[in-house]
Write a protein of this length. Structure first.
Length: 298
């Protein structure tokens, strides 16, 4: 069995988008998400976790222990049922009898789900969706948590009108040769996301291991590489900055470590950034608290 992590981690992800929509808002006609007060671009944690899940699923190909719980086309109840089948429980009556005979049953179900599904072991999951009585797998809080990503500078979403020769219907084809369409893009934006890895939750709850941690770093660095599309434009993770604490509870508050990461503009204020080279990223490693080390990956 892989060794559970023993150190706390805090990390910063820097990624950018060029001529694309990094995360459309369905409440705003799929425009790129923005903070209406500041104009800063937003990418949700759910969006980023989806890309991490997709990368792990692609790389591991449903290998034992690395399956994905929240995935397209697979109802959650179908995966929940696997734990009950593993314990040879077919219905609510059998479940009640098993719980009466074995008070550790709920823990066994959670352990099964954490052992078999990487994203449960990593991000946690709510597995109480089985509507029939108490037939559910419980819920677990994962050791890895992400916040929303925000752009360093305000972004200006643009609506680009396009034409296409793909005519939809026979009647339309009789009267025209092209159709009009629209794409929503951000010309350029550098985004910053902050995240946390709790060794305490990993040890007490999900068993998130050192191997899982390395796979997580790999997935973050490559989460856009198998996800390219015309709608999202050019997206890339530019840097992953990892703060490692010497023990499981940590040696300093996360926000103080995040404050050590500074992003500044090379060009004077008022100009419009259009590439990653327009920024300078520094980490004040001389100010690192005792017991914390920093690693920069790209």
């Amino acid at each position: 069995m892989a060794e559970t992590i023993k150190n706390r981690y805090d990390f910063v992800i820097l990624f950018d988008v060029e001529n694309g929509n990094p995360n459309g808002d369905p409440d705003a006609g799929n425009l790129p998400r923005t903070d209406t007060e500041t104009g800063l671009g937003i990418v949700t944690d759910v969006c980023l976790k989806r890309k991490i899940r997709n990368y792990v699923e692609t790389v591991k190909e449903d290998a034992a222990g690395y399956r994905i719980y929240i995935k397209d086309g697979v109802p959650l109840n179908r995966s929940d049922r696997e734990a009950l089948e593993y314990l040879h429980i077919d219905d609510e009556k059998a479940l009640k009898a098993a719980k009466k005979d074995n008070p550790e049953l709920d823990r066994m179900v959670l352990e099964f789900m954490c052992k078999n599904f990487f994203d449960i072991r990593t991000f946690g999951a709510v597995m109480t969706t089985f509507v029939k009585g108490n037939l559910n797998c419980g819920q677990v809080r994962g050791p890895v948590q992400l916040g929303f990503a925000r752009s360093i500078d305000p972004v200006m979403p643009q609506e680009v009108t396009i034409t296409r020769v793909a005519i939809t219907t026979e009647s339309d084809a009789e009267g025209k040769n092209t159709e009009m369409g629209r794409k929503h893009i951000v010309p350029y934006g550098l985004y910053r996301c902050e995240g946390y890895v709790s060794a305490n939750l990993a040890q007490k709850t999900t068993g998130f291991s050192e191997e899982d941690l390395e796979l997580l770093w790999q997935a973050i660095l490559n989460m856009f590489e198998d996800d390219h599309s015309a709608a999202r434009g050019k997206m890339a993770v530019r840097e992953l900055i990892i703060f490692r604490h010497q023990d499981r509870m940590g040696c300093a508050p996360a926000h103080k470590l995040f404050d050590l990461v500074k992003i500044s503009r090379r060009e004077p204020e008022g100009s419009f950034p259009r590439s990653y080279s327009d920024y300078v990223v520094t980490v004040d490693e001389a100010a690192l608290p005792q017991g914390v080390t920093c690693q920069r990956r790209s």
